[in-house]
Design a binder for this molecule. Sequence first.
Ligand SMILES: Cc1ncc(COP(=O)(O)O)c(C=O)c1O
Length: 431
Amino acid sequence: MKDLGNIKPFEKRVWLASPTMHGEELQYMKEAYDTNWMSTVGANINAVEEEIAAFVGVKYAVALASGTSALHLATKLAGEALYGPARPNEGTLQGHKVFASDLTFDATVNPIAYEDGEAVFIDTEYDTWNMDPVALEKAFELYPDVRLVVAAHLFGTPAKMDELLAVCKKHNALLIEDAAESLGAKYKLNGKWVETGCLGDYNCISFNGNKIITGSSGGMFLTDSKDDADKVRKWSTQSRENAIWYQHEEIGYNYRMSNVIAGVVRGQFPHLEEHIAQKKAIYERYQEGLKDLPLILNPAEREDAIPNYWLTGILINEDGMSPMVRGEQDFLYTSTPGKSNPHEIFAMMQAINAEGRPVWKPMHMQPIYRMNKFVTAAGNGRGQSNAYIDRGAATDVGADIFRRSLCLPSDNKMTPAEQDVIIEVIKRAFA
Ligand SMILES: Cc1ncc(COP(=O)(O)O)c(C=O)c1O
């Protein structure tokens, strides 16, 4: 690791993205306590469902325990819509493939496995760091029977939804939008600006502690379909039928949001735009401070998208990378003058008590999904080298981004002075 000179560690750790509270949260939580609605029903739940549905521009929001539970029930709904209800011990996607974002958090894709489906991972594009519409089209050529796609907006930067939706429409497929990281990001769909979270056939957001606004945990299912909203609400509260005793005809889940958690979300929601403005300022400060280094930042604003700037990451140019190798859980690098790599910068962040993290490891590289299919813009992404024929390096955008990138501290509470120190440390990494 390079020399930090006289730079001292921060006394208080500077985080990637930690909760930023404002006071109103406590008031709504206390209201839940004072009125004894310490349950999965209550005024806070009703209020956040109404407010967030109106903001995103959908008719219905169902508040759930997490973004993961929202994605699970969205995936199950899609499975039922496509293939019919399943037996209690079987998932709705049994025997079916589903196309899914590759460069994302595993919560996007695990619900496919919960429902007994097989995820086929679709490679990423450099423009957005999201699902590549060209690779998606290729995937339909390879697997024309597929009818479901799950797409995420990484780090709050919208995917090219116009193109992804057009490919889905052409192949008669449904789309689940994972907007867990992108609440407040805007997308120009058919020339009209809309919020992310209303773009798919089924839409999900998250209020995890690290998100742009948080409930400490929590998530939502968003839809224009009353039937889907009613079904998700029923499933999320143990699938009770209309009887005075506990009567069940469908498998149920305990996935509803608590009224206390909803109080936190309710107090946070008025601060969404303020959080986005802070995150954007952080992104722009990094952009300015790091502009002379051999790197770029993760994709941000473009003609058809305004991100929520949830997380800033760097992508080191190939010629700025010092030698580095990675195993599954270990790594080795050579510190080289004028160059650096994600691990060197990570180590320097650790040394000053700041958090860093390599960009999400692509799903097709994860041991749990190592045998799943993977499709790139060039076609099948597995087994593309040949011991006897030199074919050059295979296309794998996700793996390339993962290898060269690092998420930087992007916390709302980070001060400009702290960020200046972080920028200086990154400069020293390239000294
Ligand atoms: C892209 C993505 N999808 C889904 C989730 C899951 O949300 P939750 O943690 O609320 O279950 C997260 C974050 O945690 C995420 O980043």
